[in-house]
Design a protein around this ligand. Structure first.
Ligand SMILES: Nc1ncnc2c1ncn2[C@@H]1O[C@H](COP(=O)(O)OP(=O)(O)OP(=O)(O)O)[C@@H](O)[C@H]1O
Ligand SMILES: [Mg+2]
Length: 486
């Protein structure tokens, strides 16, 4: 008899499948088991111990069975699960063999489909990411956010939505977090309650546990796109326009220094990756990141990643250390994932001293804001520089700022391409070349109808193009028909 039919029969017998079993899903904590319930069915006397009038659906029954199998398995082989000397394949082999033993001992006849499902689902919990597994496999999900065991949200098509997935308990969630973190050779506990890690596929993970996280452990996973967005994708999404792309490609070819500015999750890293794709294949590129995300396609790329200090607080290497080192590595281009500290000064200096064509991103809400953000970041380098000197550094180092914004409709758009022209008295002068046309309004579904349009002004940096023989169509600076779009 199949498991579902058998479960169904068990449920038809009042008291044979107590509600607490039905609700005990993946929780590895001790629970009276479905396996025991089935065994009890064979031994009627044992059934008397637990009585309930509630019926449970086969799905809950399956979860209970699975929870029990997972617990037994964990008791048997838990210590080996985080053994770094075992390969993923070996671990899978051990889990399969032990799980077969557990099912046989419980003497529940399972169809091969049911056995497979049980196997997959227990394996997801013990070796994978439990209830997160399907979300991680779903390519339409770009971000997974866990706010405690009962609240999981995902981002799809730029929009947040709640997910039905649940952890059975805080303990279950912690088990998964510890698995993720320990695979990276890091640990999470009271003394280090916040950790950045990465999944083997490159997805970026942040975990923070109670008491810092008040609602229960929180986990945020920025999924690593298997196929990173390309320039065609960004054109299709309306993030870029063909005219703007032509200009930005010329800027990269002309070795202009570019800063991508935007808020959290606006697509800065993605655009940095796309702009980096314009770097000629003949150049030596060094990328520097806190967590490697860039996926440059060129052949000659050196990827550097910072490292947090170990448990004794030693051995940490920050972006700044790597940036300084990279200057001795004969780079043609330096691409820094994000500047958020004293490395800003080193980056500006590098941009000013022959390493032009460098690129980075900064967290800011407008090009003007990006300039203002860079000032305190430069001060974090600890040099007592006067503000004017900092501004001069910024004005002469940065040529172009590309601003990204996530609009209310969930789309990510370039909302400004701005030239940094220089200084006028104490102010850095900026000139917008493209601006998003908000005046076009929104359609019935709330989607913005506008796009980034030219301001009609030809940036001064195009003189550099002329010197280098780089040509761009004059049309890209033409005002759009029907207005400036400003
Ligand atoms: N132009 C775009 N259109 C739609 N989705 C995008 C776009 N750019 C990036 N995304 C998606 O948005 C998410 C965030 O992208 P990305 O990592 O590039 O943002 P970010 O600004 O670097 O984020 P953070 O501030 O966390 O570093 C990713 O899932 C990515 O696939
Ligand atoms: Mg980023």
């Amino acid at each position: 008899m199949s498991l579902s039919r058998r479960l169904h029969r068990v449920q038809q017998q009042p008291g044979s499948f107590p509600r607490e079993h039905a609700e005990a899903h993946e929780d590895p904590a001790p629970q009276p088991s479905r396996l025991q319930a089935a065994a009890a069915q064979q031994k009627p006397s044992a059934r008397k111990r637990q009585r309930s009038t509630t019926t449970a659906d086969p799905e809950n029954a399956f979860r209970a069975l699975k929870g029990e199998a997972a617990k037994k398995l964990y008791d048997r082989i838990g210590a080996r699960l985080n053994d770094p000397s075992l390969t993923e394949e070996q671990l899978h082999g051990i889990v399969r063999a032990e799980l077969n033993r557990v099912v046989e001992e419980a003497s529940i006849p399972l169809s091969s489909g049911e056995r497979q499902r049980l196997n997959d689902s227990v394996r997801d919990d013990l070796l994978g990411y439990g209830p997160l597994e399907p979300l991680l496999e779903d390519d339409s999900v770009t971000e997974v956010m866990v706010n405690g065991p009962d609240a999981i949200y995902v981002e799809r098509d730029g929009r947040l939505e709640p997910s039905d997935a649940r952890f059975s308990s805080e303990q279950h969630l912690r088990l998964i977090i510890e698995r993720i973190v320990s695979r990276m050779g890091r640990r999470i506990d009271e003394s280090t309650p916040m950790v950045d890690a990465r999944l083997p596929d490159g997805s970026r993970v942040n975990a923070i546990i109670p008491p810092l996280a008040f609602n229960g452990s929180s986990l945020t996973i920025r999924k690593f796109g298997k196929n990173p967005h390309t320039v065609q994708d960004l054109l299709r999404f309306g993030t870029l326009t063909p005219q703007m792309t032509e200009l930005l490609e010329a800027c990269v070819n002309a070795n202009l220094n570019i800063i991508i500015s935007g808020g959290t999750g606006t697509g800065k890293t993605t655009l940095l990756n796309v702009l980096s794709s314009f770097i000629p294949n003949t150049e030596r590129i060094i990328t520097i990141e806190d967590s490697v995300e860039l996926q440059l396609q060129q052949e000659h790329v050196v990827r550097l990643e910072s490292r947090p200090p170990n448990v004794e607080g030693k051995g940490g290497m920050v972006i700044r250390d790597l940036l300084r080192n990279s200057l001795r590595m004969r780079p043609d281009r330096i691409v820094v994932g994000e500047v958020r500290g004293g490395e800003s000064l080193d980056m500006l200096q590098a941009m000013n001293t022959g390493h032009d064509g460098s690129m980075s991103t900064v967290h800011a809400n407008s090009p003007r804001d990006a300039i203002s953000r860079l000032e305190p970041l430069v001060l974090m380098a600890g040099m007592d520089l006067p503000l004017r000197a900092i501004r001069e550094q910024i004005a002469s180092a940065v040529d172009v700022i590309v601003q990204l914004t996530r609009l209310r409709d969930g789309t990510r758009r370039v909302t400004a391409v701005t030239e940094v022209q220089g200084m006028e008295s104490d102010t850095v002068t900026l000139q917008d070349v493209f601006l998003f046309d908000y005046s076009a309004g929104v359609d019935a579904s709330g989607r913005f109808l506008g796009r980034p349009v030219s301001t009609g002004i030809r940036p001064r940096f195009t003189e550099r193009f002329d010197d280098l023989g780089i040509t761009v169509s004059p049309k890209i600076f033409a005002l759009p028909q029907g207005g400036t779009g400003q």
